[in-house]
Design a protein around this ligand. Structure first.
Ligand SMILES: [Zn+2]
Length: 460
């Protein structure tokens, strides 16, 4: 058993003083005791809170970060957009091997842990070899993701992605998407093999991800939903063009169509959900599904701004994801989520709960939302410092200039609005002490493998 002690700790009921957390050999919290510091602690720190779940990532895209920020990578139509970014991503995908993926994902996962994320929902869609043929083990690329989680210690909800068409109405998959495509049968084998490989990883579960309504047919969707009783994630309504194409195909908007045709409930995470009507927002909130928001990527790709104020007013649940991994930071995701609402509404503290129910802190309100929503989207017992939950804990640096001379919720506001990743000092996942003094224990080795993979991949 490991016993951690903190002067201040964010528990489900709020901040508590002098808290010891016992972690059993399996990485679960076995006891949380308040009051007094025991003698036999293996770690003693100042400020602790639950680690934040990352609800959406494409780890391999970490390798493209910063490579698409110049004008003129367009398809000839003039403006750069999500769709021209996607062309570059496809060219990149064409070269990546399982070894490259392991190196890149490990780097992304180390950065996630150092920023305060303690788990990731990996929406993994590059399945086949560069030849476009399946590997001997059809889940070979998924195994690289599982290995990256194993080596870095990050908690994992692996979501193998089902992809079967290149546009609404079952348009045939093009050359660029050949590494993603499967029939429902092939996909069933892939999920089975990935599930087997993840079995001995105590911090992992496997769910499924129909890629989007443009990439799966209604029949395909119905088939694959039979394959899992775990989490189900889908990209939806990220781009206006996607909404227009969906209306042209079905007469309905994407979220409207999904709520009408699929059993959307609290196992589901609708990623982005950027372009929603008031009726769709209410429907999504009512379904119990999580809206998986990725503010940095959505800003980077020019997607639009999610109506978070209205969604929370309707009781909606949300989580944050690092998606393209162009920049990995819990604090910056949350800051941008709030700032997008402020810029649109020309007002402040848009996502804070009303004062009276809480301290009125925007940071606390954001953290409460994404711990609960992120844990739900992960389909794992995380997001709380409570017996029975994984010991996924982060500790903030009380001496950081943005945190000093504050307490309780003001630490969260300091970290999110005035701080950065270096406010996160120590991180445990399943009781393993992975980040110490703001650096992951495998940081140097991971960075070296990453650099070698990048030198090979980036020459276009
Ligand atoms: Zn995505």
């Amino acid at each position: 058993m490991t016993r951690l002690y903190f002067d201040h700790c964010l528990l489900p009921d709020g901040w508590a003083k002098a808290v010891s957390i016992d972690v059993d050999a399996g990485g679960q919290i076995s006891a949380v005791i308040q009051g007094g510091k025991p003698d036999d602690v293996s770690f003693s720190g100042a400020i602790a809170m639950p680690g934040v779940p990352n609800c959406h990532s494409h780890a391999f895209q970490r390798a493209m970060a910063g490579l698409t920020e110049m004008r003129g990578q367009s398809d000839g139509s003039g403006d750069d957009s999500f769709w021209t970014w996607r062309d570059l991503m496809y060219r990149f995908v064409d070269r990546i091997t399982p070894e490259d993926l392991l190196a890149i994902a490990s780097q992304a996962y180390v950065e996630m842990l150092e920023s305060g994320f303690t788990s990731v929902a990996e929406f993994h869609y590059v399945h086949h070899a560069a030849s476009h043929r399946p590997f001997d083990n059809i889940a070979e690329m998924s195994l690289a993701i599982i290995q990256a989680a194993r080596e870095t210690g990050l908690g994992l909800t692996l979501l193998p992605v089902f992809y079967e068409s290149s546009g609404f109405g079952g348009a045939e998959v093009g050359e660029a998407q050949a590494r993603f495509a499967n029939t429902p049968d092939m996909f069933g084998k892939l999920v089975e093999s990935a599930t087997k490989a993840a079995q001995d990883l105590p911090n992992a579960v496997v769910g499924i991800a129909p890629h989007s309504l443009r990439a799966v047919t209604p029949d395909g969707l119905a088939e694959i939903l039979k394959l899992s009783d775990g989490p189900i994630h889908i990209h939806i309504a990220e781009q206006q063009r996607e909404v227009d194409d969906c209306i042209a195909w079905s007469g309905a908007r994407p979220v409207e169509w999904l709520l009408d045709h699929a059993p959307v409930d609290d196992r589901w995470c609708l990623v982005h959900a950027t372009h929603l009507t008031a009726t769709e927002l209410a429907g999504l909130a009512h379904s119990g599904a999580v809206a998986g928001l990725c503010p940095i990527t959505e800003a980077n790709l020019g997607d639009g701004i999610f109506a978070a104020v209205q969604f929370l007013d309707r009781g909606g649940r949300l989580a944050i994801g690092s998606d393209s991994n162009v920049l990995i930071s819990v604090a910056e995701e949350l800051r941008l989520l709030e700032y997008g609402q402020r810029l649109r509404d020309q007002g402040r503290n848009r996502l804070a709960k009303p004062k009276g129910s809480t301290s009125g802190s925007t940071g606390r309100s954001l953290i409460d939302q994404v711990l609960a929503g992120g844990a739900q989207a992960a389909g794992r017992a995380i997001g709380k410092i409570e017996p029975g939950y994984r010991a996924d804990i982060i500790s903030l640096d009380q001496n950081h200039p943005s945190l000093v001379a504050r307490n309780d919720d003001a630490w969260l506001d300091g970290w999110i609005f005035a701080g950065a990743n270096d406010c996160v000092q120590d991180v445990w996942v399943g009781g393993q002490h992975l980040v110490r003094q703001s650096r992951h224990i495998a940081r140097e080795m991971t960075a070296k493998s990453y650099a070698n993979a990048l030198k090979k991949l980036v020459d276009f």
